[in-house]
Design a protein around this ligand. Structure first.
Ligand code: XMP
Length: 323
């Protein structure tokens, strides 16, 4: 019989068997899958697990705190946070091409994560041999199956370590679909905001600013995004929509009027979509009063934004994200 309790018991036993008395590392992204995978492994092997969270400075408001505080409080997990905001912003400076942004963010992420792994290996000893990943059943089907080992190369001159460290993968969610992962997470006592989190791209807000990425623009977008999320949640629409990217058109300005004065500010795009699997999507027909509240609040509360526009494009031809 499939119950979340059975799944948890089975996986806890399997993880204990696989890892033994060795150590494991898990990267947390802030997303559901890595959080549930980490919570399961934590339940199985406790302090033999160390989680790593790379703060690239491209997260939405409150998301880093959610991992640092709420996730740690719910699981008791040992967490290493790497504050890499400055490094990412420096690498992204002057770049507006979407593909280039994605490449830079991906490259920096791997470097920072590998560095953190090496530091943990040095602190905990080289018996760290397991890498936890939140791979789901659909991920395996899509990539043609197969498990394996992750070969992490050390390009960094940290002394006393082998050049190539072989990690064996621990993938406790391999047999689960997304909704099952959420149920398991709930049963494990993870916060609702983590378990019910909508999809969010790895490159974060870096690909939701059309134009160059900098701290000021990120802060502005964080404020606008927080308002949209707050109002969608208040209206009870979270579960109806797949996700709602909020995009800053940093290279566009339009004329507005506020108080007695003329403004020349940036537009914010709302991109609410309905979807089953993100391969195709339709724009969500959100109630006008909710859209009106979001628009009024964003233009009133977010400096330099004087216009809110709604994206009414399906996928295809539009993608869900703008970059
Ligand atoms: P698109 O924009 O291709 O997005 O229609 C489809 C879904 O994938 C998410 N997305 C990403 N997720 N890393 C991720 O983990 C990425 O680089 C990435 N890019 C897009 C997007 O939010 C949507 O749910």
């Amino acid at each position: 019989d499939w119950t979340t309790g059975n799944v948890i018991d089975e996986q806890v036993a399997a993880i204990r068997e696989q890892v033994g008395d060795k150590r494991a590392i898990c990267g947390l992204s802030g997303g559901v899958d890595s959080a549930v995978a980490a919570a399961l492994v934590q339940k199985a092997i406790g302090s033999q697990l160390t989680c790593v969270y790379v703060d690239h400075g491209l997260m939405r408001k409150g998301e880093t705190e959610q991992v640092e505080k709420d996730f740690v409080a719910a699981t008791g997990v040992q967490l290493k946070v790497v504050d890499a905001e400055e490094r990412f912003l420096k690498a992204l400076a002057g770049v507006s091409d979407p593909e280039q942004k994605r490449k830079i963010i991906g490259r920096e992420f791997i470097r920072v994560f590998e560095q953190a792994q090496l530091e943990i290996l040095q602190e905990e000893g080289p018996e760290v041999a397991f890498l936890v990943q939140g791979t789901l059943y659909p991920d395996i089907v899509e990539s043609g199956g197969g498990t394996g080992t992750a070969n992490i190369k050390s390009h960094h001159n940290v002394g006393g370590l082998p050049d190539d460290i072989e990690f064996e993968l621990v993938e406790p969610l391999r047999q689960l679909f997304k909704d099952e992962v959420r149920m398991v997470g709930q049963e494990l006592g993870l916060p609702e905001e983590i378990v019910q989190r909508q999809p969010f791209p790895g490159p974060g807000l870096g690909i939701r600013i059309v134009g160059e990425v900098n701290k000021e623009r990120l802060d502005l977008l964080r404020d606008a995004d927080a308002i949209a999320r707050e109002e969608l949640t208040a209206a009870g629409l979270d579960r109806d929509i797949w996700q709602c990217p909020v995009v800053l058109l940093a290279d566009v300005r339009s004329v507005g009027v506020q108080g007695d004065g003329r403004t020349y500010g940036h537009p914010i795009v709302l991109r609410p979509v309905s979807s089953e699997d993100a391969m195709t999507a339709d724009w969500s027909r959100l109630p006008y009063d909710v859209l009106a509240r979001i628009s009024t609040r964003i233009t009133n509360e977010v400096r330099d934004v004087n216009r809110v526009v709604l994206d009414v494009t399906s996928k295809p031809p539009g993608t869900i994200e703008w970059e």
